[in-house]
Design a protein around this ligand. Sequence first.
Ligand code: GAR
Length: 192
Amino acid sequence: MKKRIAIFASGSGSNAQKLMEHFMDRSDVEIALVLTNNPDAFVLQRADNFEIPSHIFTRDEFYHSDSIINMLKNLDIDLIVLAGFLWLIPKNLLAAYPGRIINIHPALLPKYGGKGMYGDHVHNAVLQAGEAEGGITIHYVDEKYDEGEYIYQARYKIDTNDNLELIKFKGQQLEHLHFPRVVDSILKKIKK
Ligand code: GAR
């Protein structure tokens, strides 16, 4: 039986795109839905390009109804992947998908995580701290920002002359390389 993924993303969706490319020719896995809180998110265009349905939701729908859970259950979703999604996951969604929601974060957690730590905020903090290395973390999602059990981490070196753009690029390269592979291996462990 096919395993089905739903991707939540708030912005560009370059990681979502890597997942779409990775799974596009697979008969055993389907990205069944892309969801976003942001009507202007470029990830919507990417979903369209791959003919993947998408859904835009409001804060009210996300935090004060079960309609998204019902949508995910109707589509028989097995795994929820957060790919640059910036809202905290509500308790009812966590309860509906225990151990089935994962996130990617552009830092070596537990450093540089938590509320407000996303995108350039993370990279700026890493630079300002004078870190010699940066990295990415793929982890399970719980009720706090960036705190669930770690699944995978990868590191890159930071040279003294590195600027924001460069470390962002290094992090993104790692994300694009590892995220599809890690999602794939998690899916293989899910029994239908
Ligand atoms: C990624 O770097 C991801 O790690 C980060 O947002 C970016 C989304 O890029 N996520 C967080 O910061 C979550 N706290 P993308 O839209 O190009 O995939």
